[in-house]
Design a protein around this ligand. Structure first.
Ligand SMILES: *Cc1c(COP(=O)(O)O)cnc(C)c1O
Length: 239
């Protein structure tokens, strides 16, 4: 099998498994967006998966993401892709990411919100964002503690008119653990309910679930799953 065939094969299998996960959860497939996580994989692999019909791609590192998109600028299959920033964004990089992604999943501080807002005001652009939640309150991990969500949400609504708050994202503390991650996904969903009541906003998106646990995330209401390894294969090391 060529690399291209292997990619298409893996992508087709993920689509089948996502269909099955939606069916098992009694959910409509169109209510769950598949984000293909291409971090550390080359642009040619992105182009191949795009030719197979994939529209949403996720990247973790600002420089790599912007470079890859430049490399793909001439690819007709990549013209209408939607790029998602799913990695931690340092507030000093706010100006580079503002307005450059369909959705930023990892807003986790007032400082980053303010940095994005400043740049967006100049660009006269709106930026959809999710707040990243540290669902198990793990030390050393990025994301907001649950108790800090209302404060950042209020700040966005009051002080950041160019940010559009669309929902929540999490990376659970267990990895590749399937059902074991499920209580963490349930927690993110419950936090969204609380915020909805407080803010009176729909907050339609819940970004949760990766290769090893996306079926559990779909069962708990994920509207976006972020799948890397099961589509692109093992990641090359970060250099
Ligand atoms: C890398 C990454 C993924 C994809 O993980 P896989 O296990 O390869 O599917 C999803 N979300 C985030 C935030 C990531 O950094």
């Amino acid at each position: 099998m060529t690399t291209e065939e292997a990619l298409r094969e893996r992508y087709a299998r993920v689509l089948e498994r996502l269909d099955a996960a939606c069916a098992a959860a009694g959910r409509k497939r169109e209510d769950v967006t598949l984000i293909a996580v291409s971090k550390l994989h080359p642009a040619v692999d992105v182009a191949e998966v795009a030719r197979a019909g994939q529209l949403d791609f996720g990247e973790n590192y600002v420089q790599e993401a912007l470079q890859k998109r430049e490399d793909l600028a001439g690819e007709s299959a990549c013209r209408n892709l939607r790029w998602h920033m799913i990695g931690h964004v340092q507030s000093r990089k706010a100006a580079q990411v503002a307005g450059a992604f369909a959705l930023i999943h990892t807003l986790d501080s007032h400082k980053l919100a303010d940095g994005l807002e400043r740049r967006l005001a100049v660009l006269e652009a709106r930026q959809p964002v999710l707040m990243e939640v540290n669902v198990a309150a793990e030390p050393q991990k990025s994301g907001l503690m649950a108790e800090d969500l209302p404060s950042l949400a209020d700040h966005i609504l009051e002080k950041c008119p160019h940010l559009e708050l669309r929902g929540l994202m999490c990376l659970p503390p267990v990895f590749d653990a399937g059902e074991a991650a499920r209580p963490h996904f349930a927690r993110l969903s419950a936090l969204r309910e609380e915020l909805r009541d407080r803010l009176g906003l729909p907050l339609p998106e819940l970004s949760m679930g990766m290769s090893g646990d996306f079926a559990a995330a779909v069962a708990e209401g994920a509207t976006m799953v972020r799948i890397g390894t099961d589509i692109f294969g093992p990641r090359p090391p970060k250099v």
